[in-house]
Design a protein around this ligand. Structure first.
Ligand code: TRP
Length: 335
């Protein structure tokens, strides 16, 4: 708790550009949480270097992600929006927690197994201890709730285990975080292979709508979206995954239920439907992109936000870190 509010922590990686899936599945819901919770939203750049990054590109991507948080509507005065690498406590706590995490636990992490298979030439120790850094992110701010996708639940479960273990040894140091399930975000699939989640790192650029895609690109990608040969607009994930994905997207953007969408397009062809989905998405993205362009030109404003929020995050992080250092028995730093 911070004041009378519960604390919420979440983060996104700065690898690739954010997609419509990230927006409808996560970011859009974050917007509704800042009144209820004290929110920390991090650009988790420390996590990103577990995969090789080109430094120039990476710097730009991380800054774009931070600006997209704001362009999407997160108020940086109400939400602490910061780069993970600006708060050294994340690494310091991660090291301590490493010493309270078993290799057996890390060996079970499915994301580690997946990523090791995908990057077989670079299975570095950071990739292995990635979940412990994530635990440090969350525990450093004494977060009560963490909105995460299903793929991160195993890491959150590990975070709870580590925190519980530490508390059992040293008393009530960490808040045990809960996953925030709230209103489930829409699950958006690839436009080219609706069996796969829409991903920032998809090799086929037509598979994902990026939040920075212009109107023509958005509409063109929807026109090319994979459907089926039945020519009826009906929600049926099993038999009509492509069309169902488009219904899901249109519903999430317009606030309409699946039944309402089906009714609206009853008797219409796929061409008309795809165009309508493309236009609705482009209309939704326009104000976000306008804001993003403005922010991109206002270096002083963004730098101010970055500085202010890093200080705020550091303040809370240091409080937890000092407590932890004392508990494990480090000598006090003399200032
Ligand atoms: N591992 C998360 C992902 O890839 C990102 C992340 C890092 C995160 N630290 C976090 C998410 C802390 C929630 C809380 O999606």
């Amino acid at each position: 708790m911070l004041g009378d509010k519960k604390v919420l922590f979440s983060g996104m990686q700065a690898t690739g550009s954010l997609t419509l899936g990230n927006y409808l599945g996560a970011l859009k819901n974050w917007l509704t949480l800042s009144d209820e919770f004290e929110c920390f939203y991090s650009v988790v750049d420390l996590h990103s270097i577990t995969i090789r990054q080109d430094p120039t590109e990476f710097r730009k991507k991380a800054r774009n992600l931070l600006m997209l948080y704001i362009a999407a509507g997160l108020d940086p005065k109400k939400n602490c929006i910061f780069y993970q690498s600006h708060v050294s406590g994340h690494c310091e706590l991660a090291w301590i927690l490493d010493c309270f995490t078993y290799m057996g636990e890390l060996n079970r992490m499915t994301q580690f197994k997946d990523k090791s298979a995908k990057h077989a030439d670079n299975i570095n120790a950071g990739l292995y201890t990635y979940p412990v850094l994530m635990a440090a992110d969350i525990l450093l701010y004494q977060a009560d709730v963490v909105p995460v996708g299903k793929d991160q639940l195993q890491h959150l479960e590990l975070t709870r285990d580590i925190a519980g273990r530490f508390n059992a040894l040293f008393g009530d140091v960490f808040t045990i975080p809960e996953p925030y399930l709230g209103k489930a975000g829409a699950k958006i699939m690839s436009l080219q292979d609706p069996a796969k989640k829409m991903s920032k790192s998809d090799e086929n650029p037509n598979a994902s709508i990026y939040l920075t895609d212009d109107r023509d690109t958005v509409i063109r990608k929807f026109k090319r979206a994979v459907t089926d040969s039945e020519a009826s607009i009906r929600y049926d994930v099993e038999n009509k995954p492509g069309v169902s994905n488009l219904i899901e997207i249109y519903g999430a953007v317009t606030g309409k239920t699946f039944a309402e969408v089906e009714k609206e397009f009853d008797g219409k062809g796929y061409g008309d439907f795809k165009l309508a989905v493309g236009e609705a998405v482009a209309d939704m993205l326009t104000p976000l992109q306008t804001r993003f362009d403005e922010l991109s030109k206002d270096k002083a404003y963004i730098d101010g936000i970055v500085k202010e929020n890093a200080e705020k995050a550091n303040y809370f992080a240091t409080k937890t870190l000092r407590k932890v250092q004392k508990k494990v028995g480090f000598n006090e730093i003399i200032r």
